[in-house]
Design a binder for this molecule. Structure first.
Ligand code: NDP
Length: 650
């Protein structure tokens, strides 16, 4: 990532002053800092001018005319693509007028000045310099001090001069961020800490949301150079083009409202990144709409929560691959790094694929959380305190470590007064909708990602607190003994269920990839999820390698072996929990799904018969390999009738 901070995207900087003042030295240093080209004006003199100067004859205005126009043409040409620095004495106002002809608005003057004596001594130290004292004096005589230039005294060291110039240049920022809530604040600080010049914006709501950006900037020293705004046009104007603007606002109508407000200020080729948890279908709609206006739209999933956003999140950008190249250096700079130091951020695929995979990431996250909750349910029923449960989970780290396991251990150990804090927290689990969308997606795509649904519905069940309390009085059996489950069996059951969870989540992504022609790379996706995100784990690191050989986890030898080894443990654990009335929605769903999946001849034949009975939906027959559809008049006991098409609407 280039960390240079350029001046206004296209600015011609003329470094002026008499000969010997250090224009080339300072110009070269500054150009290096800003990563823009440097041109020495003297290289553009005609042979005649050079010969005249070397004889000690001063140039006339006529001699200079073509040279100044050549430099103006050079600057004009450069401005089409880049900023540039041109060293040129430009002593008279009339010369400067020629130099900035038609490009005055994009021109910046820097005047290096010193005393005659200072410069004379410098020149005398230089070998082969053609400047005589008389010629130097003639330059001082001709000099018309510019009124609109940044004046830099040459008694400073070159480094100090460059720093002073950089501070004074009207710099445009490289990256804009809208929405200074939890995530927006952390991402802004992350960007600023990495040296990116940012503009930050939060809406102004009188007496509710005022001076959010200014006050936020005051809190953190890394934001010293951040530009703050509560008006969108000024915010947009502060950014270099093509602009890169990231939205960290709530998903839904807020995104459309911000885009609508932004549009009048944007220019073709600018990019908007939606870093929130937007619905992937909406992302495609926004992508298509913005494409028609010439604005790029990138739907980027961001995972890692507040801390991840600050220290390095996992980022899943989707949309136009070319547009991604514009924002890639910034997103990869702030992303977490995997074990090989590669950013946990890569282009995912077209349309809303970035938001789709983030949604499934969250679905997998729901399950991973619920599985840990299930494990704690069992361990608590076995009479362990939260501290003891934490100790047990701690012992699982060497084989089963994950971010969620680690935070669960910390949570379990947290005490408030004499009791553990976790015991005081109301048992109604919230959600922000991504698990809901993931469940809808799995249903829409016809993929049995049952664990995501089970974890989501476990949260929904938890909402019914009052009714659950009443029902527990009504239905709970009394005096149930402790479940006979060993820690080892529980650990194996947990590992079994995690494999099923990852199988189902990645399967859903693979099916979507095929359906929408996204061509997603599961191994790369697993790699992006090895750090920064909430579902990072040792197992995810294993999946990077596994998905290099297959997209179907259940066919991989390691997985097959792991499931075979642990199957009896999860059966025992779930059976004991059922007998002891312990709710373990995700653990039990994992084995139920698995049992269903490994049944070669299932009960779905009866479902087909029922469908055909009441709706004439037809069915296929096992002995007919052609796949022909049949219908039976069930009540009349008539022989079967082949039909041309199956009806699968019910
Ligand atoms: P917050 O609620 O903390 O912040 C939301 C921001 O959006 C605020 O700055 C708010 O401004 C702004 N906003 C809301 N409505 C509008 C509007 N109509 N116009 C302009 N600005 C608006 O949310 P988060 O930072 O937690 O989340 C932001 C996005 O990131 C969400 O999509 C979320 O799902 C996603 N996300 C969140 C994670 C987390 O751990 N929190 C993790 C990963 C993704 P104001 O202050 O004026 O209300």
């Amino acid at each position: 990532m280039k960390q240079a901070i350029q001046p206004t995207k296209q600015t011609a900087i003329f470094m002026m002053g008499v000969s010997g003042v250090g224009k080339s030295t300072i110009g070269t240093l500054l150009a290096k800092q800003l990563e823009i080209p440097f041109f020495d004006g003297d290289d553009y003199h005609s042979e005649a001018n050079i010969s005249k100067m070397s004889k000690g004859d001063p140039l006339t205005d006529l001699d200079r005319h073509d040279w100044l126009h050549a430099l103006n043409a050079l600057a004009t040409q450069q401005l089409k693509t880049n900023s540039c620095i041109i060293a040129c004495s430009a002593l008279k106002e009339s010369y400067r007028t020629i130099l900035e002809t038609t490009i005055a608005a994009s021109t910046k003057w820097i005047f290096l000045h010193g005393t005659f004596q200072q410069i004379k001594e410098r020149i005398q130290h230089r070998n082969h310099h053609f400047m005589t004292s008389d010629l130097l004096q003639s330059q001082f005589d001709a000099l018309e001090i510019p009124q609109n230039a940044l004046q830099i005294d040459i008694h400073l060291s070159p480094k100090e001069m460059v720093t002073q110039i950089q501070k004074s240049l009207p710099l445009k920022t490289q990256f804009g961020l809208i929405g200074l809530g939890v995530m927006g604040k952390s991402l802004s600080r992350n960007l600023a800490q990495k040296g990116v010049r940012i503009s930050i914006y939060n809406r102004h709501v009188p007496e509710v949301e005022e001076d959010i950006a200014i006050n936020f900037k005051k809190e953190f020293k890394e934001l010293a150079s951040a530009q703050t705004f509560d008006a969108l046009p000024a915010f947009v104007k502060s950014l270099e083009t093509p602009r890169k603007i990231m939205l960290m606002v709530n998903s839904g109508p807020a995104i459309d409202a911000v885009i609508e407000d932004l549009l009048p200020s944007l220019s073709e080729g600018d990019s908007i990144i939606d870093g929130g948890n937007s619905n992937y279908n909406k992302t495609k709609e926004r992508f298509d709409f913005l494409k028609s206006t010439g604005i790029h739209f990138i739907g980027a999933g961001v995972s890692g929560g507040e801390e991840g956003a600050l220290k390095g999140p996992s980022i899943m950008p989707g949309g136009d691959a070319k547009a991604y190249q514009q924002v890639q250096p910034f997103l990869e700079l702030i992303a977490a790094k995997d074990k090989n130091g590669i950013p946990c951020c890569n282009y995912i695929g077209s349309e809303g694929s970035g938001h789709f995979v983030k949604m499934i990431h969250n679905g997998i996250e729901y399950v991973e959380m619920q599985l840990l909750a299930d494990v704690c349910t069992v361990l608590k029923a076995k009479g362990n305190t939260p501290d003891q449960i934490a100790d047990i989970l701690e012992s699982w780290k060497p084989t089963t470590n994950s971010y969620l396991l680690e935070i669960t251990i910390t949570i379990l150990r947290k005490k408030e007064g004499d009791d553990w804090l976790v015991n005081k927290i109301m048992d109604t689990a919230g959600n922000k909708g991504t698990g809901n969308w993931a469940t809808i997606a799995t249903a829409e795509l016809g993929v049995p990602s049952t664990l995501i649904a089970s974890a989501l519905f476990a949260r929904y069940t938890s909402f019914y607190k009052a009714e659950r309390v009443a029902a527990s009085k009504q239905f709970n059996s009394e005096n149930i003994s402790q479940p006979k489950i060993t820690i080892d069996a529980l650990h194996n059951a947990y590992q079994f269920a995690r494999i099923i969870n990852h199988y189902q989540g990645f399967k859903l992504i693979q099916e979507a990839s095929e359906r929408f022609k996204w061509d997603l790379n599961l191994s790369e996706l697993a790699r992006i999820w090895t750090n920064g995100c909430i579902i990072r784990s040792d197992y995810m690191i294993e999946l990077v390698t596994i998905f290099k050989t297959t997209n179907n986890l259940l066919t991989h030898e390691n997985t097959v072996q792991a499931l075979k080894t642990r199957k009896s443990a999860i059966k025992k654990v779930v059976a004991e929990c059922v007998l002891h009335e312990l709710p373990i929605p995700s653990l039990s769903n994992a084995i139920h799904f698995f049992t269903n999946f490994i049944t070669a001849n299932s009960s779905a034949n009866l479902i087909q018969a029922q469908r055909d009975y009441f709706g004439a939906h037809t069915y296929q027959r096992k002995e007919d390999a052609t796949g022909q559809f049949y219908h039976t008049e069930w009540n009349l006991n008539e022989p079967k009738k082949p039909t041309e098409h199956g009806n699968t609407s019910n």
